[in-house]
Design a protein around this ligand. Structure first.
Ligand SMILES: [Zn+2]
Length: 110
């Protein structure tokens, strides 16, 4: 479970402790360069700049999903707008065809 406390800055990660089986809460933050966690596993390995504990992994996953959803929503918005334009063009086309038809065969409309 990941809760975003401050957008893009602070997350609370709830995970089950592997030894006691009890839920534990950790805080993942960013220093602008990388994500930091306050769990013992991370603190023991924090000198390794590439180290990622499972809480940071969970936060990264959440960020990834969020980015994907935002991208998809934007894309859907664009598709919707394009569809609206096509619909409008089709309507204009229909009106135009009727006008042309009327010009050619006014008798049909008498
Ligand atoms: Zn951690």
């Amino acid at each position: 479970m990941v809760w975003e406390m401050e957008e893009g800055k602070k997350w609370i990660v709830l995970s089950l402790d592997s030894t006691s089986g009890k839920p534990k809460q950790y805080c993942v933050t960013t220093n602008g360069y990388r994500l930091l966690c306050n769990c013992p596993h991370f603190l023991n390995n924090c000198e390794d700049v590439n180290f990622v504990c499972k809480h940071i992994q969970a936060v990264l996953q959440t960020i990834g999903k969020k980015t994907e959803v935002t991208k998809r929503t934007k894309l859907e918005d664009r598709i919707k707008k394009i569809e609206d334009r096509i619909k409008k063009l089709e309507d204009d086309m229909e009106t135009l065809e009727m006008n042309v038809d009327y010009a050619i065969n006014p008798a049909n409309y008498a």
